[in-house]
Design a protein around this ligand. Structure first.
Ligand code: UD1
Length: 372
């Protein structure tokens, strides 16, 4: 590594950021750069934040801005006001932002206005769905960045069409998959189930996660969703680790914590959750990350969304988009497949989802800063 020094500030804020940041921070450790980790506090429940730092070996944040929840404007503005002070004081040589949450776009905007270079890890994803707040965050963040780290080749085309110069774009693979592969041995379905204190593990079960506004904010769609979840749980026991967002709406629509085959839990730690996903007959989700994790684990995934910014999960054969009325037929089709035709875990992964994205990103950051 060149001996040049410099300060890199990583900005994280919400649960999906942490498994993406860990391999990048780790990759930069061996080099000459000083690193500072800022947690915006967008997620503050221990189960959405603290547990990831403990499990993923992330350093404790050097700073937590404690912005908490609020409307998009309130939350984004609070992150911006907090970060402006941090950036003015520390004058980073590079700010690194992750994914597509409100903290991501807020950090990129503050840094760009202060003329501080910004790198975006997981650039170039597009759902082309302007109703998703994350799509707005992705597009704006990518316009503001000097280094764009792309997880999947189609991201290069998306960025090029939006006028991003080619020399800024680097196809490096998927750092979230680095984290998954590094913890694979810890994903033990039996141990994960035993840790839930729910009695003996069933031979087969389903996992569901739901938190997107489009699914959990409108009372009429929540009622239809709850009815589908109850019917799915008549096929196999259905474990639902529930994000705080939507828990009240789902409960109000009749989703009891324990009823028939439904088992609702709090959000679970990383290895427990992926241990359970690894052993599931199928997963029903509206998460972005879970679509990718099931792809690598070879678990059939039904994504309750009209679109995805992660098309490789579909072409790979594990993921399928479903409307609420399509969940049960799709589930019956998946459960009727002989196990042997299900995608084998860990074979034929999407290109560069190989566990080495973090070191690739670190090498590019290091060389880029050395050349400045
Ligand atoms: C955020 C991201 C979303 C990501 C999700 C993963 C944005 C726009 N959305 O959504 O892309 O998929 O994280 O978890 O950034 N809450 C708590 N405790 C917490 C955090 C939130 O109870 O620690 C509740 C609050 O009621 C809050 C609501 O969840 O108002 C939404 O939180 P917020 O951070 O705004 O968005 P998420 O739905 O978590």
């Amino acid at each position: 590594m060149p001996d040049h020094g410099g300060l890199v500030v990583h900005v994280t804020g919400a649960r999906p950021n942490f498994p993406k940041a860990a391999p990048v921070i780790d990759g930069l450790r061996a080099g000459p750069l000083e690193q500072v980790l800022v947690h915006t506090g967008q997620h503050y429940d221990d189960r959405l934040s603290r547990v990831f730092f403990d499990e993923l070996g992330l350093p404790d944040p050097d700073l937590n801005l404690g912005v908490g929840s609020g409307s998009h404007a309130v939350q984004t503005a609070a992150v911006m006001v907090g970060l402006e002070q941090v950036f003015l004081k520390r004058r980073p040589d590079l700010v690194v932002v992750y994914g597509d949450v409100n903290s991501t776009v807020a950090a990129a905007l503050v840094a760009a206005k202060l003329r501080i270079p910004v790198a975006h890890v997981e650039a170039g994803l597009r759902s082309f769905d302007p109703t998703m707040p994350e799509e707005v965050n992705r597009r704006l963040t990518d316009q503001l960045c000097d280094l764009l780290f792309v997880t999947s080749p189609e991201g290069i085309g998306h960025l090029a069409r939006e006028g991003v110069p080619a020399e800024r774009i680097h196809f490096v693979g998927n750092p979230m998959i680095d984290t998954l592969l590094a913890h694979l041995d810890a994903f033990d379905p039996a141990r994960a189930w035993a840790g839930l204190d729910l009695g003996p593990a069933p031979a087969d079960y389903l996992v569901a996660t739901l938190h997107r506004p489009a699914n959990v904010d409108d009372p009429a769609s929540v009622r239809r969703l709850v009815s589908v979840l109850h019917k799915a749980s008549e096929r196999l026991p259905l474990l639902i680790p529930l994000h705080p967002r939507g828990r009240a709406a789902l409960a109000a629509a009749g989703l009891a914590d324990r009823a028939g085959g439904v088992i609702v839990t709090d959000p679970l730690p990383y290895t427990t959750f992926l241990g359970l996903v690894r052993g599931a007959a199928a997963v029903i989700t509206d998460s972005g990350g879970v679509q990718e994790e099931t792809t690598v684990l070879g678990v059939p995934c039904l994504t309750m969304r009209p679109n995805t910014e992660r098309p490789a999960t579909i072409t790979h054969g594990t993921n399928r988009l479903v409307g609420v009325d399509e969940v049960l037929p799709a589930l019956d089709e998946v459960l009727s497949r002989p196990v042997s035709v299900r995608p084998a875990p860990l074979t034929a992964r999407p290109p560069l989802w190989d566990g080495a994205a973090g070191p690739r990103i670190a090498a590019i950051i290091d060389a880029w800063l050395a050349a400045r």
